[in-house]
Ligand binder design. Structure first.
Ligand code: HEM
Length: 514
């Protein structure tokens, strides 16, 4: 027989046998997965198809269809042969991701992501001793008391945002990015100078961040579905190089910061971790990675949250007006809001909370993974199952947030004994994630958002003195990554602001600029 015919005959036997084997052993038909929450029927080999954009909106549609109809707010979709449980409602999130946090704090293993990060990027590290060690070090420095020590820096930098917006209103989103980058670099390395977002070293860090994003994008690296590929000579060459570049960058920044700190007393994570390195049993590279990954985790996220605040103020002028009335009453027009005013500004905080709910920064959330079998309300989620809190969907839970499509700051407010408004401390949001994996930078981030929102809305208020309402701003990226359900046309009238302030509010203006 001809060699070609042999090959054909071989294929005719091997391919159907392999497919039959895969079909018989398909995970979606295994008994341990029989009681997962409901969801759309998957293709037996390829799983469920996902939309190319905004999967969190699709998951919310599925939650309405399956999760609210017998799924207790949860659904299951299949990524190829792996199930993913998606939590889309508050009660389920509180139960599975918070009360059972010890069983849902792992992360799905990303082979390419961990090679690229040398297994040192905390966001990707599985739940266990290594993660605990890094987390403890971060927590000690980012917990509320330490976060408070950065307030003076945040207040100064927030003033600069106003002054930058006055000078070049069209770049308002970049000014906020510059703010966020400066704050994180200050916290990580003790850098006190204003760092422009376009500075070359920030561009380099962002370049590494882009590479990480590429590494984690499903389908980018076949090694995730075919793990043996990592042992094929040369296969990981590109990712190894990316890791080498990133490590060189992070080590360079860390070593330089350590050197500079010898002649200053500024508090920062580099100083803290260098002092505690032996106690936490951290290598030099681990310290450098902890500092380096703070930028990726905390810079663009904070900038987006602040830009979304400004966007919400533009889209919902009535809510903006209520914040400004409160600022007028509590702060007045002779000075800027400061952190000392926080307790007296419940409406401002309600506006911030509602904006977190309306457009959560990380709309799709980050996947966790179970480490124990979970039996809950008749469902069974086996150990090792990826589980995702869908921030977008959870924040649209119609039971917890009635009429969720309405931007309603009153849902966060209650009256005290004498009828004054106060923030309802029982109402929760999930902007910063869940359980043991909750964002360790949340106290710093919340402060950044508060000081910028209150200062900017205060400044817009002043600008309206001369009957020139600052009602709108142009948005590009915040709107792109968090698209509005309708097209909003923004007109920018910032040009007049500087004159108004310099003529009529000279004293205030000079306090802003100082
Ligand atoms: C508004 C700004 C921010 C938002 C919306 C945000 C959101 C998040 C979310 C959703 C997670 C994942 C939580 C989960 O897995 O359930 C996370 C993790 C993390 N965030 Fe933030 N974050 C912000 C700012 C910051 C800042 C300022 C820092 C540091 C200074 C920071 C450091 C981290 C780190 C290190 C992790 C990984 C934690 C782990 O996996 O154990 N974040 N953040």
């Amino acid at each position: 027989m001809h060699a070609f015919s042999f090959i054909l005959l071989g294929l005719a036997v091997v391919v159907p046998t392999a497919l039959l084997y895969l079909w018989l052993t398909r995970p979606c038909a295994q008994s341990k997965y029989a009681r997962l929450p409901p969801g759309p029927k998957p293709h037996w080999l390829l799983g469920n198809e996902l939309p190319p954009k905004y999967p969190w909106r699709y998951f919310e549609d599925l939650t309405k269809q399956y999760g609210d109809q017998g799924g207790e707010g949860c659904i299951t979709i299949w990524q190829g042969q792996t199930p993913l449980v998606i939590v889309g409602r508050v009660a389920a999130a509180q139960e599975l991701l918070e009360k059972q946090a010890g069983a849902t704090a792992d992360r799905p293993h990303s082979i390419a992501g961990n090679i690229m990060s040398g297994r040192m990027r905390i966001l990707l590290i599985g739940y266990g001793d290594h993660w605990r060690k890094l987390r403890k070090a971060l927590h000690s420095h980012l917990q509320p008391q330490s976060a408070k020590s950065y307030e003076p820096i945040q207040e100064r930098a927030a003033k600069r945002v106003i002054s930058d917006i006055m000078s070049s209103p069209n770049g308002h989103q970049d000014h906020v990015k510059t703010y966020a980058a400066s704050i994180v670099l200050n916290i990580a390395y003790g850098r006190t100078e204003k760092v422009s977002y376009s500075d070359p070293d920030i561009q380099l860090v962002n370049h590494c961040g882009d590479r990480l994003g590429q590494t984690l994008r499903p389908g980018s690296f076949k090694v995730e579905s075919l793990p043996w590929l990592r042992y094929v000579p040369g296969y990981t060459k590109k990712i190894d190089q990316w890791h080498a570049d990133e490590l060189t960058l992070f080590r360079g920044q860390f070593d330089m910061a350590k050197e500079k700190l010898q002649t200053s007393s500024a508090p920062c994570f580099t100083r803290f971790i260098s002092d505690k390195q032996a106690e936490y049993r951290l290598s030099d590279n681990e310290c450098a990675y902890l500092c380096g990954s703070l930028f990726g985790a905390g810079s663009d996220t904070s900038a987006s949250a602040i830009n979304i605040m400004i966007m919400a103020a533009a889209v919902y002028p009535d809510a903006q007006k209520r914040v400004q009335e409160e600022l007028d009453r509590v702060v007045g027009r002779e000075r800027l809001p400061t952190f000392d005013d926080q307790e007296d500004l419940p409406v401002t905080w309600a506006f911030i909370r509602e904006t977190y709910r309306w457009r959560p920064v990380s709309s799709g959330g980050f996947q966790h993974k179970t480490t124990e079998d979970i039996s809950w309300k008749g469902f069974f989620i086996p150990a090792g199952t990826p589980i995702l809190g869908n921030h977008w969907g959870i924040h649209r839970d119609p039971v917890y947030y009635p009429d969720p499509e309405q931007f309603n700051i009153d849902r966060w407010l209650v009256k005290d004994d004498v009828g004054d408004l106060m923030l309802n401390k029982d109402m929760k949001h999930f902007q910063f994630g869940f359980g043991r994996r909750v964002c360790p930078g949340q106290h710093i981030a919340d402060r950044s958002v508060f000081i910028n929102t209150s200062n900017l809305l205060w400044a817009f208020n002043i600008a309206q003195v001369k009957d020139q309402p600052i009602d709108t701003l142009a948005f590009t990226n915040a709107a792109n990554s968090h698209p509005l359900p309708y097209k909003v046309s923004f007109r920018s009238r910032f040009e007049g602001v500087k004159e108004i302030l310099s003529v009529e509010q000279v004293r205030v203006w000079s306090s802003i600029s100082s």
